[in-house]
Design a protein around this ligand. Structure first.
Ligand code: SAM
Length: 357
């Protein structure tokens, strides 16, 4: 790790710069950023690494186009200045100018997060600065979505050339990553909240999927909020689908081969509706094939999660816990209790009683 003269080698510095870049644009918690590694480097090198970090973060072209929140940039720059001030070096004007520019910027209720894919491409999302806003949790990306995106990149064969339906898509991270890396034939994003659906469309456009208004499915009255984006081999659509009002007829029209849902198990009152949707999806395809359902959940409240599992059992829906992704690609708390379940109808499904609702 160290050269003969005691300096950290270039690879180490490069990986530190990369870590700052990735974590800054994903707006990862400042407490887990590699500040200690930076301090270590500053003990043996000159302070030019701080300039390099600035170029990879606040002064990076991506930050000009899709900036993280003002508050986040403010805290980040303040910490970077502290690290610089702890060295004996002369004050660095660029740092103070960058902070001054951020301090003059008005905070908006929206910000951008960007995630780097293994291909080198990045996925950018416009999100709310608050975890819950406009009465919904769907305007930010949750950890189970990041975990599922990593997992899908490791398992593209499960989605390749299939019709994928996503329930409760939120800001759209999982689906956008999946569309960029797993080659589905058709991807149907769904949610029930008007602002979430609007944000989803915006995020799909940001990530280079063309929205073709002429292909809007105006005739499908059951899915009034429909829009479609087309690329050569992939059709992407955004639809309003509320689990509480979904019907077998509507769901069977979608002809989903694979269904995914991330961080949708959190409200005991909604769980019965969600399970009813799973059951209808598993049983409603006109060709009698069964889609495979993957549900990823952060287990925050073990009682709520157990209720979900018990209700799946009562509905005759079998559950298999899948291994989590092997590689860390996106910055989030890996220690979080996230479980990915594969759901399939158990052989004897007669036990299902629609009394879950
Ligand atoms: C915690 S967020 C998860 C969003 C996204 N899947 C993620 O993991 O980042 C839950 C999502 O479920 C959606 N949702 C909640 N109740 C719903 C319902 N009855 N029908 C459809 N979507 C619903 C919310 O609008 C929100 O987007």
């Amino acid at each position: 790790m160290r050269n003969e003269d005691g300096k950290k080698n270039d690879d180490y510095v490069d990986s530190l710069l990369h870590a700052f870049h990735v974590q800054f644009f994903a707006m990862n918690r400042q407490s887990v950023m590699p500040w200690e590694s930076l301090e270590e480097i500053l003990q043996t090198s000159d302070t030019s690494v701080i300039q390099d970090i600035l170029q990879k973060t606040v002064l990076h072209p991506l930050c000009k186009k899709y900036p993280p929140s003002v508050k986040y940039r403010k805290i980040f720059l303040t910490e970077l200045i502290k690290k610089h001030e702890a060295t004996a070096a002369e004050p660095d004007d660029m740092l103070y100018e960058a902070l001054a520019a951020v301090l003059c910027t008005e905070e908006s209720t929206l910000c951008y997060t960007s995630y780097l894919l293994p291909t080198g491409e990045s996925v950018t999302l416009c999100e709310s600065i608050a975890a819950i806003s406009e009465g919904t949790t769907g305007l930010v990306t949750w950890e189970a979505a990041l975990c599922t995106a990593e997992w899908s990149i490791e398992n593209p064969h499960l989605f390749s050339d299939r019709t994928v339906l996503e329930l409760g898509s939120g800001a759209g991270l999982t689906g956008i990553v999946l569309c960029k890396t797993c080659h589905p034939r058709k991807y149907i994003f769904t949610d029930c909240h008007p602002s979430v659906l609007q944000g989803l469309r915006k995020n799909i456009l940001i990530n280079g999927f063309l929205l073709d208004s002429t292909s809007w499915d105006q005739t499908t009255v059951d899915f009034p909020n429909t829009s479609c984006a087309w690329s050569k081999e992939l059709s992407v659509s955004v639809r309003r689908l509320d689990w509480a009002t979904a019907t077998e007829e509507k769901l069977s029209q979608l002809q989903a081969d694979v269904v995914i849902a991330t961080d949708v198990v959190y409200d005991p009152e909604i769980i019965p509706y969600l399970i009813n949707v799973f059951y209808m999806l598993l049983t409603s395809r006109s060709d009698k094939t069964q889609p495979v359902i993957y549900v990823a959940s952060t287990v925050r409240n073990p009682d709520t999660y157990q209720l979900f599992k018990d209700k799946l059992d009562n509905s005759g829906i079998g559950q298999e816990i899948l291994p989590r992704p092997e590689k860390v690609l996106f910055p989030y708390d890996w220690a979080s209790d996230i479980e990915i379940l594969k759901l399939e109808l158990e052989k004897k499904s007669d036990s299902y009683v629609n009394a879950t609702i």
